[in-house]
Design a binder for this molecule. Structure first.
Ligand SMILES: [Zn+2]
Length: 215
């Protein structure tokens, strides 16, 4: 019997992807988002804050969401903001409201071992949002534009062989990061190839299961 796909679990339901900043979702789980969207699943990609160049970076995020097939959101809309300037209860309130509105069957967010403080803060606020309703919770790999070693122990893998190119296309839509700043994102193809090799497919994205609810 073939293995049921990740998408099959969420057909007819909503999946919510959360990233602290523009491009985090694409780097961590762009292939998974594209895969779910291609299966007809409503995927909401929510960015908490745009720390700089608001107009440009929010336009890039919109373009990237169109490539992935997701519904984009910016939680701190209207101008440049930093997550660390928020009180924790304010961030939890934002995520609570998002969960109430999107009613996700699954949430994919940053993990607790990330070195970026904003990412870890978003992870903890997402954990707290489980008070609002039950959903499967997954963390994705620490995302960074200049890779450094960070601990991450995945225990679930999504075969993204069919959406690997779309992931890179969505990352490339963030031109202000990956072109004008000269950052390389081929690392994310390498990482997906290594993850894929370890589980017998061409390309995979790795997740850590925080919680899964079986009917
Ligand atoms: Zn980030």
């Amino acid at each position: 019997m073939p293995t049921p796909s990740f998408a099959a679990r969420y057909l007819g339901r909503t999946v919510l992807a959360i990233g602290a900043h523009p491009d985090d979702i694409e780097l961590g789980i762009g292939g998974t988002v594209a895969l779910l969207a291609a299966a007809g699943i409503r995927v909401v990609t929510a960015i908490v804050s745009v720390p700089a160049e608001y107009e440009l970076r929010s336009a890039e995020a919109k373009e990237s969401a169109a490539i992935l097939g997701s519904e984009p959101r910016i939680l701190l809309e209207g101008g440049c903001r930093r997550i660390e300037d928020l009180k924790n209860y304010q961030l939890v309130g934002l995520l609570d409201a998002l969960v109430r509105e999107a009613k996700p069957a699954a949430v994919l967010t940053h993990g607790p071992t990330d070195f970026h403080h904003d990412h870890v803060t978003v992870y903890h606020a997402t954990v707290a949002a489980q008070r609002v309703m039950q959903f499967d919770l997954f963390s994705y790999v620490p995302t960074m534009t200049r890779p450094v070693p960070v601990p991450f122990e995945p225990n679930a893998y999504v075969d993204i062989s069919s959406t690997m190119d779309k992931k890179l296309e969505a990352i490339a839509a963030h031109k202000s990061q990956f072109y004008s700043r000269g950052l390389a994102f081929e690392f994310y193809r390498d990482l997906a190839r290594v993850n894929g090799r370890m589980v017998g497919v061409d390309y995979a994205e790795a997740l850590a299961v925080d919680k899964i609810v079986f009917a």
